[in-house]
Structure formats: structure tokens, C-alpha cells
Design a protein around this ligand. Structure first.
Ligand code: GTP
Ligand code: MG
Length: 192
């Protein structure tokens, strides 16, 4: 996956603002502060999405046009306890509305913190939801740079086995670039 152009298109707060396009799309979902924007930046090799130490930074659906051929879509983080329930519900509705109705959606990368030995229920629900919509789902376990060898082995042995049988997980680090090639390869396949 060679990326030669990236264009920010829109930060959408409601479906009417989604780009009217038939180009294929890949979306990036995950809990707040898990490292979605960092993964996206790492994948395209430039700083397109805002990163911050404050959870809940990405509050809208951000569309980036890549190579004028497909879109990468940064979804707002779910499950952030410090915003109001009504705010959480409105993001949830926005995310689910996007996933269920976007006909050109080819895959959703669900980003999970590699340090969690149990996959959080919200992430498993998201993975199952995406699969139930007939969309490819790639769980990406990020912040792998924070795991030593034995923790990585435990992740592969115990945590990966909690995933539905037909998904292929990727171990990723936005800091070292580990897993970048593997994820790009899978996404290229989904876009074809
Ligand atoms: P929201 O948009 O707020 O939901 O957050 P996000 O999921 O987009 O996370 P973001 O990319 O903003 O990263 C959150 C924090 O984790 C930042 O402090 C990042 O520097 C850090 N971080 C992200 N990815 C990695 C990684 O692979 N390794 C390490 N060590 N830190 C990371
Ligand atoms: Mg973000």
C-alpha cells in the first residue's frame, strides 16, 4: 500500500455530512484513547489525525481521502466514562448508523490495547456487530511496544483465542511501526 496523497475531507457530526461517494472505505474504531488516531497516522505515514493525552478527542467521524481512491475513516472512541451518558449514546448512534448504512464500507479495524489480557466486552460487541453487518473486521492490538516477549506470547495464546474464529488479528505499535506492513496488506486485500 503506497500512499502518495492524503486529503482531509470532512469532520462529520451527522450522516447528512458523510461524503457522497462510492469509493471504498476502511474505518477505524476503538475505545477512547486506545490509539486510533496514532494508528491511522502511522499507517499513512503522516500526521493527519489529532492525537492527545485527553481521552475523547475525536468526537466526530473524520473522513480522509487516500490516493483519490479510497477513504480512511476515524470514528469517535466509544466507552469513555467521563462524558455524559447522552453524549455517549449519541456517539454510539452515530457509529452504528455509519457502520450499518455505509454501503461502500469494506472493513473496520477495531483497535484494542494489547496490554488487556481479556478483550473488553465493548470491543467484542463491536467486532461481532461489524461481522453481523457482513463487513470485514480486523482486530488490531496496539501499543505492542509496551509488551515484553512473554506478554506478547500470552497475548497471542490467550487473548487472540477470545476472538471469533474467522478474524485475523494484528499486533501493532504506532511507536515502532510493528504490524504496519501486515495491516496494510490485509487492508489492500479488503479494498480490492
Ligand atoms: P481518542 O480520539 O481520544 O478516542 O483517542 P485515540 O484512540 O485516537 O488515541 P490517540 O491516538 O490520540 O492516542 C492516545 C494516547 O496513546 C497518546 O498519548 C498516544 O501517544 C498514545 N499511543 C498511541 N498509540 C501508541 C502506541 O502504539 N504505543 C505507545 N507506547 N503509545 C501509544
Ligand atoms: Mg482519536
Amino acid at each position: 500500500m503506497k500512499i502518495h496523497s492524503v486529503q482531509f475531507i470532512i469532520s462529520a457530526a451527522r450522516p447528512s455530512q458523510f461524503p457522497k461517494s462510492h469509493l471504498p472505505e476502511i474505518a477505524f474504531a476503538g475505545r477512547s484513547n486506545v490509539g486510533k488516531s496514532s494508528l491511522l497516522n502511522c499507517l499513512v505515514g503522516r500526521k493527519i489525525a489529532k492525537i492527545s493525552g485527553t481521552p475523547g478527542k475525536t468526537q466526530t467521524i473524520n473522513f480522509f481521502l487516500i490516493n483519490e481512491q479510497f477513504y480512511f475513516v476515524d470514528l469517535p472512541g466509544y466507552g469513555y466514562a467521563k462524558v455524559s451518558k447522552s453524549m455517549q449514546q449519541s456517539w454510539q448512534r452515530l457509529i452504528e448508523g455509519y457502520i450499518s448504512r455505509r454501503e461502500n464500507l469494506k472493513a473496520v479495524v477495531v483497535i484494542i490495547d494489547a496490554r488487556r489480557e481479556e478483550i473488553p466486552p465493548a470491543d467484542l460487541q463491536m467486532i461481532e456487530y461489524v461481522l453481523s453487518m457482513g463487513v470485514h473486521c480486523i482486530p488490531a492490538f496496539t501499543k505492542a511496544d509496551k509488551l515484553n516477549r512473554s506478554a506478547q506470547a500470552r497475548l497471542k495464546k490467550n487473548t487472540f483465542s477470545q476472538l471469533p474464529a474467522d478474524v485475523e488479528p494484528v499486533l501493532f505499535s504506532s511507536v515502532t511501526g510493528e504490524g504496519k506492513r501486515a495491516l496494510q496488506k490485509i487492508l489492500t486485500h479488503c479494498l480490492a
